[in-house]
Design a protein around this ligand. Structure first.
Ligand SMILES: NC(=O)c1ccc[n+]([C@@H]2O[C@H](COP(=O)([O-])OP(=O)(O)OC[C@H]3O[C@@H](n4cnc5c(N)ncnc54)[C@H](O)[C@@H]3O)[C@@H](O)[C@H]2O)c1
Length: 436
């Protein structure tokens, strides 16, 4: 098969070496906007600065697409329409609709659509998949894909531009992590997703929760902000407490040195996919869909990991209280948060009733005292309440029986605490901290 490559950036050399080592493949053409990138190509390779000219040249039966993510959909569609088989780097596309469109074009034209997921050919992932114990013994599966993104990028900063990359570590590392997990555990459904450390719209951290068809929980951690180095592994946790794992980098000591055998696997499988013809279904769209779902869930959430949303707020105790009641009849108000101005005084009340829903009655209470907020803040359910370096409990919500004079700020505690129990005195500081 005569192969062209479109995009000669950081990942291209791994494809070029794999093509060179495969006797059934011949590199005939290459395309990049940057002429300097042609210097390292084997002699005789035709070069193009416009991918359409490469597709029209008649020099290629298949192309490898290694362009920035936002260009994949259009270039792959044109290649398939031109009757050229396509091996496209992950993510196949940024959006599910585009991935489905490509699958349709492939089905209509008979040109092969193949997404390059290199971790499915990793020797350790293959071994783990082969040696997987009976599924009934599996309690959960976890995966980590941690790296420092700056160590993996070229001079072009498209990775850090949400319009070109589509996001951060979820769309960049998610596809290979999710595909490797699918090889080990089977089809996955997204359950939950949380992103964090978002910089200019691009997340540097994410946690995904998924489930296999037979209900095994799967947790994925994606991290772009490791100080240096890489952690890329999958662990199968068995119900007897033992684990089986695949450390994808074990034994591959040089930076990215595992990639050579993985990209050889990609090219061999691409050939097999072309030979199998249009019946074979590409997994690219399924993974694009999981990534898109993760963004829909995570971006709609109020919660962000590793991103403090507010400074700790200090309040000065202006009067301490000593009593406790078991029949107080306070009521949990509907508000999850309340804005508090600097200088406002509110009453701090501990409770063991665990109120959770609007209107819940709060009878078991211990009175800590009244405190004046030194700064404006937003007090929220879940905030930690500290006094004298000791965590008293977390804000459960608010009771408004004294409002507008003041709120009772209800604090979940394991036992009822009063001002005397915690040695709170007038002038002491109580700190409200966002729950990490
Ligand atoms: N870098 C990695 O470790 C890695 C690993 C796995 C997958 N990938 C994927 O491979 C793809 C490419 O990533 P990269 O890191 O090699 O990017 P890169 O920025 O290093 O390379 C992209 C290349 O495409 C060229 N280019 C841009 N627009 C072009 C156009 N219109 N026509 C022709 N050439 C054009 C650029 O000049 C550049 O040489 C991405 O989809 C990425 O997700 C990268």
């Amino acid at each position: 098969m005569r192969i062209g490559i479109i995009g000669l950036g950081v990942i291209a050399p791994y494809f070029l070496r794999a093509i060179e080592q495969d006797e059934q493949l011949e590199l005939t053409a290459a395309c990049d906007l940057d002429l300097a990138k042609f210097a390292e190509l084997p002699e005789g390779t035709a070069t193009f600065t416009d991918y359409q000219d490469l597709l029209a040249s008649g020099l290629v039966d298949g192309v490898v697409v290694t362009l920035p993510n936002d260009l994949h959909a259009a270039v792959v569609a044109e290649a398939l329409e031109a009757g050229v088989h396509v091996c496209c780097e992950k993510p196949l596309t940024v959006h599910t609709a585009d991935a489905r469109m490509l699958a349709e074009v492939s089905a209509r034209t008979g040109s092969t659509l193949f997404t390059a997921f290199h971790r499915r050919y990793n020797s350790h992932v293959l071994r783990l998949a082969e040696e997987l114990p009976d599924r009934a013994q599996i309690a959960k599966v976890t995966a980590r894909y941690h790296e420092r993104i700056e160590e993996h990028t070229g001079s072009d900063r498209w990775y850090l531009d949400v319009r070109r990359c589509g996001g951060g570590c979820v769309i960049d590392n998610g596809p290979n992590a999710l595909d490797a997990l699918r090889q080990v555990a089977g089809e996955l459904t997204l359950v939950d997703a949380t992103i964090g450390d978002v910089r200019g719209g691009v997340e540097f951290y994410a946690e995904l929760s998924l489930r296999t068809e037979d209900g095994i929980p799967v947790q994925v951690e994606l991290d772009w902000a490791l100080p240096t180095g890489e952690v890329k592994d999958i662990t199968v946790h068995l119900k007897d407490g033992s684990t089986r794992s695949a450390d994808m980098l074990a034994g591959y000591h040089g930076f990215k040195s595992s990639l050579d055998h993985e990209y050889q696997g990609i090219m061999a499988d691409f050939r097999a996919a072309v030979a199998a013809g249009p019946e074979r279904r590409d997994d690219g769209p399924v993974v694009v869909d999981l990534v898109e779902q993760a963004y829909l869930v995570a971006r709609a959430k109020e919660q962000r990991l590793r991103m403090p949303a507010k400074e700790p707020a200090e309040a000065t105790v202006v009067k301490r209280l000593f009593h406790r009641r078991t029949d107080r009849g306070m009521v949990l108000s509907p508000w999850a948060s309340r804005c508090v101005r600097a200088g406002e005084v509110h009453e701090l009340v501990t409770t063991t009733d665990r109120p959770g829903s609007t209107g819940d009655r709060v009878d078991a209470v211990g009175f800590l005292g009244f405190a004046e907020f030194r700064t404006a803040t937003v007090v929220e359910r879940g905030d930690q309440v500290w006094a004298d370096g000791r965590l008293l409990g977390v804000v459960a919500g608010f009771d408004e029986c004294h409002y507008p004079n003041h709120y009772n700020i209800l604090i979940d505690t394991d036992r009822l605490l009063t001002g005397e129990d915690v040695d709170l005195r007038a002038g002491h500081t109580v700190v409200f901290k966002e729950h990490a």
